[in-house]
Design a protein. Structure first.
Length: 123
């Protein structure tokens, strides 16, 4: 299982707090190659992380995603997802809507970038 650390900054839309998150994307790929060279991938992503805001509040998130991709040996996958950001204290929870861009290079190495689309107050 590959472990790819990543970080991002988000704003809690309920209280305006700027939060710096650190996380780990764990990925597991089950691959089958056809005689013509097409690669069929079943990809499992496990996202876990935590963050601290500029108002001192702490937050966590956890998510699991499963994808199927058919591509050549090197591939990129972009997928939209919503992530519930949970406050560990009195700050309100919120939803983060984002795109996860994942690249698999020819050596089987994985890189991931999170692009935040918007945050939504959930109270």
């Amino acid at each position: 299982m590959e472990r790819t650390p990543f970080n991002f900054i988000s704003i809690n839309p309920c209280n305006g707090e700027v939060i710096t998150f650190n996380g780990v994307l764990r990925s597991m790929v089950k691959e089958h190659t056809t005689p013509s060279g097409t690669v069929h991938n079943n990809i499992h992503f496990y996202l876990h992380g935590q963050g601290v805001g500029d108002q001192g509040n702490e937050y966590v998130y956890n998510d699991i995603r499963i994808f199927v991709a058919n591509a050549n040996k090197q591939s990129e996958i972009s997928s939209n997802f919503s992530l519930l950001i949970i406050s560990k204290g009195p700050a309100p929870n919120y939803m983060l809507h984002a795109v996860l861009h994942t690249t698999f290079n020819a050596n089987g190495e994985v890189t991931a970038v999170v692009e935040i689309l918007k945050e939504e107050c959930r109270g």
